[in-house]
Design a protein around this ligand. Structure first.
Ligand code: FAD
Length: 215
């Protein structure tokens, strides 16, 4: 049986059959998406900022300069909306109306907390670096106290969240399927290209592998 919405706010109204509130689904989308967008209100205006995120259990994290307007606003006790999206395909129908997209998206709402404990902060930053390239953290020059102080980390419990997904062919009207134009899905996926060494490498080190592909 499908999980129920955590609150009425996150209950999908439009295309509700595409909704999923199962933490496993939401976690998988957050983990597969390399970046998210954080929506919040600053000076009575909505602001949506793209940023990296990472997850540990039922907590999603993001970070930035301690002087960042976003980070300071997010630590002020207001609700934010964090959205992560993976585009899986362009869906070409026989009518403009039925064009669509195949995708997986997740939205998490809540009041974030600023991570103030240095040990938790460091552990979560390790989680972020390891997400970008597993095994990299241990080879890095250690974080300094000044760098830790200059970095703010926000944590949001995934307690009010929704996922929406679409897959499959276009939903043409029955009378349109013989219309003389191509219909179907053009799959798209995220993939890393070949690494580009900087001028200090000189072939001495192995480039990082990244887990980010949306296949
Ligand atoms: C790649 C992509 C392309 C899209 N293109 C379009 C487009 O061109 N036009 C369009 O109208 N819509 C598009 N959508 C769908 C869009 O994200 C919304 O789901 C849709 O517009 C309904 O919005 P609403 O405010 O009426 O949702 P409602 O169903 O009223 O939203 C209620 C609650 O449902 C949840 N919810 C809604 N949408 C999502 C979502 N995408 N992911 C996770 N939770 C969600 C949220 O918790 C929200 O608070 C696209 C989505 C993706 C990922």
């Amino acid at each position: 049986m499908k999980a129920k919405p955590h609150t009425d706010f996150v209950r999908l109204r439009r295309m509700h059959e595409r909704g999923d509130y199962d933490p496993t689904t939401i976690h998988a989308i957050l983990d597969a998406a390399p970046l998210c967008h954080v929506g919040h209100i600053i000076d009575d205006r909505p602001v949506v900022i793209p940023t990296f995120h990472w997850r540990d259990g039922d907590t999603v994290y993001w970070h930035g300069s301690a002087a960042s307007r976003m980070l300071r606003a997010n630590a002020a006790g207001d609700v934010v909306c964090l959205t992560a999206t993976l585009l899986d395909g362009f869906v070409f129908a026989r009518s403009a109306f039925h064009h669509s997209a195949n995708y997986r998206s997740a939205m998490v709402f809540g009041v974030p907390r600023k991570v103030t404990d240095d040990a938790e902060k460091l552990a979560s930053l390790k989680g972020f670096t390891e997400r970008l390239s597993p095994g990299r953290w241990d080879g890095l020059r250690p974080v300094t106290a000044q760098e830790l102080k200059a970095t703010a980390v926000l944590a949001l419990t995934i307690s009010e969240a929704s996922a929406k997904t679409r897959s499959g062919p276009p939903g043409d009207d029955a009378e349109d399927v013989t219309w003389p134009i191509w219909g179907g899905v053009l799959p798209v996926h995220l993939a890393a290209a070949a690494p580009i060494d900087d001028s200090h490498v000189n072939g001495a080190y192995t480039p990082p592998a990244t887990p980010f592909t949306s296949d």
